[in-house]
Design a protein around this ligand. Structure first.
Ligand code: FE2
Length: 233
């Protein structure tokens, strides 16, 4: 059965947060929560009568601080993160192909999709894929910091994500163009950076972007590697 996640947005960093819950289930999973929306997210869970089982990260973000650590404290949820992201305090370090279960037999599969960062991971649940900053709607995440690699991102998208069924819904980690959901089939045909582009042309394109350094990177990455909690605290 097709089920959409609940999609929530942070206007400051253009970050999407997702709540995953199946009908009739009393458990939920949160993906990529943002620190300043801790209370909003808790209110959603309370309103829906959901107990938070896991809080997931797609990578160690450079543009906002996660609320994963605080959510864990407030709800008793476990933190599950990609193993290659240096997020040491998380209970679960996920590798490619690992499956997380919650609620009444709900399964989330981890797909290691490096390129934006070396550890970046996408999550597949009920015909939905949560792509973090690997694949965006009509775009992709930058590959010029945090051990990013345009070469690796090309493989992650064209060989792993584009290998999912065409009707898989794509829920990105960010959106800057006021779009909220796409599909694998659509992105295969129309993604401005990746559709019908050779590896060489993609690597050249990514190398020529010359984006400014993320304003919060030096604060956000170390904080996120501690689940958003102060170090030593
Ligand atoms: Fe990112």
């Amino acid at each position: 059965m097709m089920i959409n996640p609940i999609q929530l947005f942070d206007t400051e960093s253009s970050t999407y947060t997702y709540i995953l819950a199946a009908p009739g289930s009393t458990e939920a999973v949160l993906i990529d929560p943002v620190e300043r929306h801790l209370e909003r997210d808790l209110l959603h869970l309370e309103r829906l009568g959901l107990k938070l089982a896991y809080v997931l990260e797609t990578h160690a973000h450079a543009d906002h601080v996660t609320s994963a650590g605080k959510l864990r404290e407030r709800t008793g949820a476990k933190a599950a993160v990609p193993s290659g992201c240096g997020i040491a305090p998380a209970e679960l370090q996920l590798k490619d192909g690992d499956v997380l279960t919650f609620g009444n037999g709900e399964r989330i599969e981890a797909l290691h999709t490096p390129g934006h960062t070396a550890g970046s991971t996408s999550y597949v649940w009920r015909g939905n894929v949560f792509t973090g900053d690997t694949l965006l709607i009509d775009g992709c995440g930058r590959t010029d910091f945090q051990s990013g690699s345009a070469d690796a991102l090309y493989d992650s998208v064209t060989r792993k994500l584009f290998a999912l069924p065409d009707d898989t819904r794509v829920w990105p980690g960010h959106d800057y163009k006021e779009q909220s959901v796409s599909t694998i089939g659509w992105e295969k045909r129309h993604n401005a950076r990746l559709a019908n582009r050779s590896r060489e042309a993609f690597i050249q394109l990514m190398g020529e972007l010359k984006l400014p350094k993320p304003r919060l990177i030096d604060v956000a990455v170390p904080a996120n590697q501690n689940l958003g909690l102060p170090h030593g605290g």
